[in-house]
Design a protein around this ligand. Structure first.
Ligand code: GUN
Ligand code: FE
Length: 449
C-alpha cells in the first residue's frame, strides 16, 4: 500500500552534511521510497486507499538510527560496571551474564525487551553480538523478525580467556548458526548472520583465519573489537607477536570492506591507513568508552581520513540503547579532546581545521548514513534517497512530556533555521519521548500519537 508523509524532512546526504527539506512529500510504495519532492497542496491527489500522514510544525521526519555495535545478552547489566575497566569487567560482570543464555527462556525475555526499547528510541537497524549459544542467538534473530528490527546477528566465537561454560570456538557451530539463519530469512533482507570473533585474545590464530575463510566463502560481513584499552593492546601484541593489533586481524584475513571494527580508540597511523586501505568501518562507542575509561577516540581525524564511521551503543559497557545519546556523547567528548589537544596545538578560530570537535551534522550523520555505510547497507538504508527502504522516525520536539522547552522569543522565523534549531535541541536535550513514530521497512512499528 502507498503512503505519503508530508512536512519537514531531514536526512544526511553526506557524512558531514544534513539536508533540511521543508514542506516536502515522501511517497513510499510498500517499503520503497519512490518520491521525495516539494509538496504542493493544489497538485496533491492521493487515492482513497493511500495513507496520508501530515507532520505538524514541531515535527520532522528523520532516518531510523543504526546501532553498529550492541551486545544483546548484556542488556540486563546496563549501569552495572562498578569501578572496573575492560579486562576485569569482562570477567566479573559480562561472562557470568552471557553464560545464562544457555537457557533459551532468558534469551526470549531479555531480547524481546531489548528490541522493544531500541525501537522506542528510534533504532531501526542493529549489528548484534549474541553469545556462543546457537539456539539463543537464533532466538534473537526470530525476535528481530517478529518485532521488525533490521539486523546483523552474530554468534560469538570464543575459546580462550573465558570460563569453560563460554568456550565454543568451533567453526561447526558457526556453520550451523549460518544455515539456521538462512532458513529463517533466505533473502537476508531483514536479518543476516555476521561472523563474530569476540576479539583477538578470545581466539587461536587458526580460528581467526578459519572465520575469515568462512566469511569469504559465505559472503558474510565480520564484526569484532579492536584497540579499545591500552592494556588490551599490549596484551594482544604479546600474544600474537605482531607490530599492531590490526595486523593480527589483517594476517587472519579479517579486514575487509564488510568488517565492523568496534572502538578503534588508540590506533597508530599505520593502523588507520590499513583500515582505510581495507575499507573497513569503525563503530564509535563514546558512552562505553567513557564508562570503562577506555579513552576518547579521535573520530574527527578518522572522518578527515575518510574512514567510514558509525555509532555503537555497545550495551552494556555503554549504559543506554539510545543512539541519540551516543551522538550527544560523541559531540561532547570530541570537544573535550579539542580542549586537551589545544594545550599543545594552539587551536583557535584561525586554526579550526585542526580541531577534533565534531559538528551536529557529523554526529547525526554517523547515527544514520555513517552507520549504514559501516554495515555496508547504504544502498538500502541510511537516508531518504529514492529507491531506498523506508526506515524512519517522526521526531516531535514538543511531544508529551518532552524534556525540551521551546521559547517563541528565541525561535528563528526562517523555516530552515527553525528546523536546525530543533535539531540542536534534539541532539543535546532530546530522548525517546521525542521519537513519536517509527517505521521499519515501510511499516509503522511504534506509534505514540
Ligand atoms: N572486548 C571483548 N569483548 C567485549 C565486550 O563484550 N564489550 C566490549 N566493550 N569490549 C569487548
Ligand atoms: Fe563491545
Amino acid at each position: 500500500m502507498g503512503k505519503y508523509i508530508i512536512g519537514n524532512i531531514v536526512h544526511a546526504v553526506q557524512v558531514n552534511k544534513l539536508e533540511i527539506l521543508t514542506n516536502h512529500l515522501i511517497y513510499v510504495n510498500g517499503n520503497i521510497i519512490e518520491r521525495c519532492s516539494p509538496f504542493s497542496e493544489a497538485e496533491f491527489k492521493p487515492q482513497s486507499h493511500e495513507e496520508v500522514i501530515y507532520l505538524t510544525q514541531t515535527q520532522f521526519l528523520f532516518p531510523g538510527f543504526v546501532d553498529t555495535h550492541i551486545h544483546a545478552p548484556q542488556y540486563p547489566n546496563t549501569g552495572i560496571f562498578g569501578e572496573s575497566t575492560l579486562l576485569d569487567w569482562l570477567q566479573k560482570y559480562t561472562f557470568p551474564t552471557e553464560g545464562r543464555f544457555k537457557d533459551i527462556s532468558n534469551a526470549k525475555d531479555v531480547y524481546s525487551k531489548l528490541i522493544k526499547r531500541q525501537l522506542n528510541n528510534g533504532t531501526t537497524t542493529s549489528s548484534y553480538y549474541g553469545t556462543i549459544h546457537v539456539p539463543a542467538t537464533i532466538e534473537l534473530a526470530k525476535l528481530c523478525l517478529e518485532q521488525n528490527m533490521r539486523g546483523r546477528i552474530g554468534r560469538v566465537c570464543m575459546e580462550k580467556f573465558c570460563p569453560e561454560f563460554l568456550n565454543d570456538g568451533s567453526i561447526e557451530s558457526d556453520i550451523q548458526f549460518i544455515e539456521e539463519m538462512e532458513r529463517l530469512d533466505p533473502s537476508g533482507a531483514m536479518v543476516k548472520p555476521i561472523i563474530t570473533p569476540r576479539f583477538a585474545p578470545s581466539c587461536e590464530f587458526s580460528t581467526l583465519k578459519g572465520l575469515g575463510e568462512l566469511a569469504e566463502k559465505k559472503k558474510l560481513s565480520i564484526q569484532t573489537h579492536v584497540s579499545e584499552n591500552l592494556n588490551e593492546i599490549k596484551w594482544v601484541k604479546e600474544l600474537f607477536k605482531t607490530k599492531s593489533y590490526c595486523d593480527v586481524y589483517d594476517e587472519a584475513g579479517l579486514l575487509k570492506k564488510d568488517t565492523i571494527l568496534a572502538h578503534a580508540i588508540h590506533l597508530t597511523d599505520d593502523e588507520l591507513n590499513l583500515i582505510k586501505e581495507r575499507d573497513c568501518g569503525v563503530s564509535h562507542c563514546p558512552d562505553s568508552n567513557a564508562a570503562l575509561a577506555s579513552g576518547i577516540a579521535p573520530v574527527k581525524k578518522y572522518l578527515r581520513h575518510k574512514l567510514k564511521v558509525g555509532l555503537g551503543t555497545d550495551v552494556s559497557a555503554g549504559c543506554t540503547v539510545s543512539v541519540l545519546k551516543n551522538a550527544r556523547l560523541a559531540l561532547l567528548m570530541s570537544r573535550l579532546l579539542t580542549q586537551r589537544e589545544s594545550e599543545s596545538l594552539e587551536i583557535d578560530e584561525l586554526n579550526k581545521d585542526k580541531s577534533s570537535s565534531l559538528t551536529v551534522d557529523e554526529a547525526l550523520s554517523m547515527a544514520t548514513l555513517g552507520g549504514a555505510q559501516v554495515m555496508s547497507m547504504d544502498k538500502e538504508i541510511g537516508n531518504f534517497e529514492i529507491g531506498k527502504k523506508l526506515d524512519a522516525q517522526i521526531v516531535d520536539i514538543a511531544s508529551d512530556n518532552s524534556e525540551i522547552d521551546i521559547f517563541d522569543m528565541s525561535l528563528p522565523s526562517n523555516e530552515i533555521d527553525r528546523v536546525r534549531y530543533y535539531l540542536n535541541k534534539w541532539v543535546y536535550i532530546g530522548d525517546d519521548r521525542n521519537t513519536v513514530c517509527v517505521f521499519v521497512d515501510g511499516k509503522k512499528v511504534v506509534s505514540k500519537i
